[in-house]
Design a protein around this ligand. Structure first.
Ligand SMILES: *[C@@H]1O[C@H](CO)[C@@H](O)[C@H](O)[C@H]1NC(C)=O
Ligand SMILES: *[C@@H]1O[C@H](CO)[C@@H](O)[C@H](O)[C@H]1NC(C)=O
Length: 995
């Protein structure tokens, strides 16, 4: 039988070879009979095109998903251009009709006078995966009127896409997509509002449209449903908003639609009809909502359905079970599915609320290759006969409550190559010792623990992985590790490319890294490594190959690396991002021309701010906060302001002198923080022209100025901190000019010398705090201008300083405490319905507590203490159910306290110093023995008191004040969500794409 089969195979092989031979000789004749077709003008144009770019040598993608080589190498003069790589000529005329320079390492600007635009006969043009260094798409593309396919994806183009592109009415395929991985800097293409309307009108033949990562920032117009030939529509990460026209989903020819990662895009799934071609549908991380219709069963061709992280209601129709081709099912916020899904190879139900034991019925999916369970509420053990998954390759669990030794259960599935266990509660690593014995093919393992201190045993000996020669990805987070058993001579993990060991109690640079010839990424942050960065690190062949895109993770925080920043860092000419925060580096700041982001906070930098930073003309972020810098702020920073600086953070140094007038042309400036220094003088008038400014923090200096009314015009200002200075005068503009901040959410002018009264309409124009927030929009953090990091702020509440590493945009706070304001509290305070924290303490306010305060239904903290407020507490305030902290002590209040539960919960000290305040309800509060409370505020918080701690610490170990408890909760929840989107969501999407 066997012999017979192989005979058959042999003859098949033989016939194939003959066939191939015939074909190739036929081709040879064909080609030779059509030789020298190339027109000389076209050849010249092509050679010119070649000379316009720097052609780089072989390049590898970080994920090794592709490699590229310069096709133009075969382009030499005197040969027939129709035979060159990437060129297609028309058979009869010899004109160049196709140009495929994808993956060809072109480097340089795509200029509007490029000879490309002389190739008038082109029908098919592919320039994907090159590096056009952020240049815009030239409008001259409109000269290529015959273009049917235009592919500019992943080629580092940026800026506004010219509308003239839409004059190419013959286009059937248009690809403008990019992604974070390939974009050279973080700038992407964008379009203006009319673009999509015109596109739907002009490009009627369009079959493929990919604009993923193009900043669209508007709605998809209804006209899109007129694109009757459309087969694929890919609009992921486009910042789409509004309602997606569901008629588009019903276009009969549509095969693939991806709308994922557009959190502000709303939509519903329509009643699907029988005549449809849909193969793949993704609305992951969008605002799509409503039910999944029964008619989903009409999508007979569907193989991939990704609806996770959307807002679909919970029930999944049984009809889903009729989709017999479905191989990828990724559902979020839904119930478990039954039915006939035997073909399923990917089962992903991450981030549902599934609970209980993992249903045994799941074992029926015997074809399963990927099992994704993260972020549910599964408990108990994995099913005992889990080894039935004979094809399972990836087990993605996390945030579940599986107990027991999960690892040992997984060891029963020898096909596993990828294990990810993030944030499980388990802490038993006994299985780990056997891992290489049972799973010899393991390629990737991630284990992230929350139970940092509860890990059983002495921690994990990394040496147990040494037999896993295929392992390329190793991630341990928060798990004590020992690396001492690995000898530095051994060929430890020869394929290791990604090594992430944050928070693993590592005390010194693991020597084995030295042999990491393939190592591409390294994260040793949050360990306790002391000493200098070893010099061999800079010489690892792969590690810094694409350093220009990399955060230099190795020292990002928590280590105590010291010594001067090694000079050898200058070897990394392409370095764009350098993050050295939270170490003990000294010495000078490296000057690499290409540096865009420099994070140097929390080190031991001393002396003056080096003038050399002013020469870093690409710099967007300069963070030197929490160092020992002294001297004045250099004038030459004006050069950076004029170019591209968006974030300047000099917080907590010993800088003195004035804040110079360097902001005339600072159009890109988004955050400016010079707080906690020794600066004096006035707030520069030029700041009033920084139209992009969102955060201004000059707190804790000795500025001596009036309130900066000129900042009033800043349409984007969200955070204004003037606290602890010598600001004086009134807080309102007496000349009757419009006053208010359209976007201001946090204002802290406390502990200054402000005087005067606040007029009754004072809060009339504080739009951002008084307009109702759209609860459908996920709260975000205030990002630093670069978009790559977050703005942090030290906030004071009840004498406790809190460093918020990220500020949610829904966070709102008004702090006027510690001044000499008098007169009544303006009634217009009742307009600030989104306000969370109001502090007017330690002033000389008189009059009554405005009953309009009862409108502030979101208020969490109210401090009116140390004033001269009289009258009764309005009983309406009892209804404020979020009010966690109330302090009205040391006033002249009378009567009793409101019946609301929040008032009863306070400590007696919140009311003391009001001789007229009595009544049975107060007796109730004051007679109870309360648990000790945070210390009462000192009137002026000194710097020493402001011992800051990060929210991480607060969230994990420290019981934060009630007010912040809530805010912390928000942060933790959203952070996790984001973590998922970034780490997990995108990884998965990639793996699907490469399938
Ligand atoms: C295109 O214009 C640039 C100036 O912007 C010039 O240096 C270059 O020589 C021009 N190239 C061609 C092909 O004309
Ligand atoms: C554009 O080119 C890239 C690289 O060849 C390819 O992966 C992608 O599918 C192309 N886009 C379209 C729409 O064909």
């Amino acid at each position: 039988m066997k012999a017979f089969l192989s005979n058959q195979k042999m003859s098949f092989l033989f016939r194939s070879i003959c066939f191939l031979f015939l074909v190739s000789s036929f081709l040879n004749t064909f080609v030779s009979s059509t030789q020298h077709l190339c027109h000389s003008d076209q050849r010249d144009a092509l050679l010119e095109l070649k000379s316009e770019f720097l052609i780089q040598k072989l390049r590898w993608d970080i994920s090794e998903a592709w490699s590229s080589f310069p096709k133009t190498e075969s382009w030499v003069n005197k040969s027939d251009c129709c035979s060159w790589d990437g060129i297609t000529c028309a058979a009869n005329s010899g004109k160049v009709i196709g140009l495929d320079l994808s993956f060809s390492n072109l480097h340089g600007q795509l200029k509007s006078n490029s000879s490309l635009f002389r190739m008038r006969h082109l029908r098919d043009l592919n320039l994907a995966y090159n590096n056009f260094t952020g240049s815009p798409i030239p409008a001259e593309f409109d000269k290529l009127m015959g273009l049917e396919r235009l592919n500019l994806s992943q080629s580092s183009l940026s800026g506004q896409t010219p509308i003239k592109l839409l004059q190419l009415t013959k286009l059937v395929s248009l690809d403008l997509s990019s992604s974070f991985e390939y974009s050279d800097d973080s700038s992407f293409l964008s379009i203006d509002e009319s673009f999509l309307h015109l596109l739907a009108q002009n490009l009627r033949n369009l079959r493929e449209l990919d604009m993923s990562y193009v900043n669209i920032s508007s709605e998809i117009p209804h006209e899109f449903s007129n694109l009757r030939s459309l087969r694929s529509l890919h609009l992921s990460y486009c910042n789409l908003s509004g309602e997606f026209p569901s008629s588009v989903l019903l276009i009969p020819s549509l095969e693939s639609i991806r709308l994922s990662f557009n959190p502000n895009l709303r939509g519903n799934l329509p009643m699907f009809r029988k005549n449809n071609s849909l193969v793949a549908l993704s609305t992951k991380s969008t605002g799509f909502s409503g039910p999944i219709p029964d008619s989903i069963s009409s999508l007979k061709h569907l193989t991939s359905l990704t609806l996770s992280f959307s807002k679909f209601s919970r029930k999944i129709p049984f009809s889903l079970g009729n989709l017999s081709h479905l191989s990828i099912l990724d559902l979020g916020g839904n119930n478990f599915v039954g039915g006939n899904l035997k073909q399923l190879t990917v089962f992903a139900v991450e981030n549902n609320k599934l609970n209980g034991n993992l249903p045994v019925s799941i074992l029926n999916f015997t074809q399963l290759r990927t099992l994704g369970l993260s972020s549910n509420q599964f408990t108990g053990f994995l099913p005992p006969n889990i080894s039935q998954f004979s094809k399972l390759e990836s087990f993605l669990g996390g945030d579940d409550s599986f107990t027991g030794d999960i690892l040992s259960s997984l060891l029963k599935i020898p096909s596993l190559t990828d294990i990810r266990l993030s944030y499980n509660k388990f802490s038993d690593f006994t299985g780990i010792g056997n891992i290489s014995l049972f799973l010899p093919n393991l390629q990737r393992i991630s284990i992230e623990s929350r139970n940092f201190n509860k890990v059983i045993g002495p921690g994990v000996d990394l040496n147990v992985f040494s037999p896993l020669k295929q392992l390329y990805w190793l991630l341990f987070l928060g798990i004590p590790l020992s690396t001492t058993n690995i000898t530095s001579e051994s060929d430890f993990l020869p394929n290791l490319a990604y090594l992430f060991l944050p928070g693993c109690n590592i005390t010194e640079f693991p020597e084995f890294i030295r042999n990491g010839r393939k190592l591409r990424r390294l994260d040793l942050s949050n360990n306790i490594i002391k000493g200098q960065v070893p010099d061999w690190l800079w010489r690892l062949p792969k590690l810094f190959e694409r350093a220009k895109f990399l955060l230099l993770l190795l020292s990002s925080s928590g280590n105590q690396l010291n010594g001067p920043i090694p000079d050898s860092i200058g070897l990394l000419k392409e370095l764009r991002i350098l993050n050295l925060s939270s170490n003990a580096f000294t010495g000078h700041i490296p000057s690499s021309q290409n540096l865009q982001y420099f994070f140097g906070s929390k080190n031991n930098f001393t002396g003056e701010i080096p003038r050399s930073v002013c020469g870093l003309s690409s710099l967007a972020v300069l963070d030197l906060s929490d160092n020992n810098l002294n001297g004045s702020i250099p004038w030459c920073l004006e050069t950076l302001m004029m170019s591209s600086l968006s974030d300047l953070n000099l917080r907590n140094n010993k800088l003195s002198g004035i804040l110079p007038e360097i902001f005339q042309n600072a159009k890109s400036l988004i955050t400016l923080d010079v707080s906690h220094n020794r600066l004096e003088g006035k707030i520069p008038a030029s700041l009033g022209g920084c139209s992009a400014l969102e955060v201004l923090n000059v707190g804790s200096n000795t500025f001596n100025d009036m309130f900066p009314f000129h900042l009033n015009s800043l349409q984007k200002l969200q955070v204004l901190v003037l606290r602890s200075n010598k600001f004086n005068g009134t807080l309102h503009n007496s000349d009757g000019v419009w006053f208010g901040f359209p976007q201001l959410k946090i204002i802290d002018v406390s502990y200054n010398d402000f005087v005067g009264t606040l007029p009754f309409d004072y809060f009339l124009n504080w739009t951002a705090i008084s307009s109702k927030r759209d609860n459908n929009i996920e709260p975000e953090y205030i990002r630093s201008g670069s978009g790559n990091s977050y703005y942090s702020l030290v906030l004071m509440s009840k004498g406790v300083a809190m460093e918020m590493e990220r500020i949610l945009t829904i966070y709102t706070s008004i702090d006027f405490s510690g001044n000499q304001l008098h007169g009544p509290i303006p009634d217009s305070v009742g307009l600030l319905t989104e306000l969370l924290i109001l502090n007017l303490s330690s002033n000389a306010f008189t009059g009554h507590i405005p009953s309009t305060l009862a409108n502030l239904t979101n208020l969490e903290s109210l401090d009116l203490s140390q004033n001269k407020i009289s009258g009764e507490i309005p009983s309406e305030l009892g209804a404020l159910s979020y009010l966690e902290v109330i302090n009205i002590s040391h006033n002249q209040l009378v009567g009793s306290i409101p019946q609301g539960t929040q008032f009863q919960r306070q400590n007696c000290s919140s009311y003391e110093g009001n001789p007229g305040l009595n009544g049975p309800s107060l007796k109730d509060v004051c007679s109870h023995i309360k648990t000790p409370t945070p210390p009462q505020p000192e009137l002026v918080a000194t710097k020493e008191e402001e011992e800051s701690f990060s929210w991480m610490a607060a969230g994990l170990g420290f019981a934060p004040g009630v007010v912040f408890g809530l805010v912390m909760g928000y942060i933790a929840v959203s952070y996790k969500h984001e973590w998922f989107m970034k780490r997990f969501g995108r990884n998965k999407q990639q793996s699907i794409r490469t399938r």
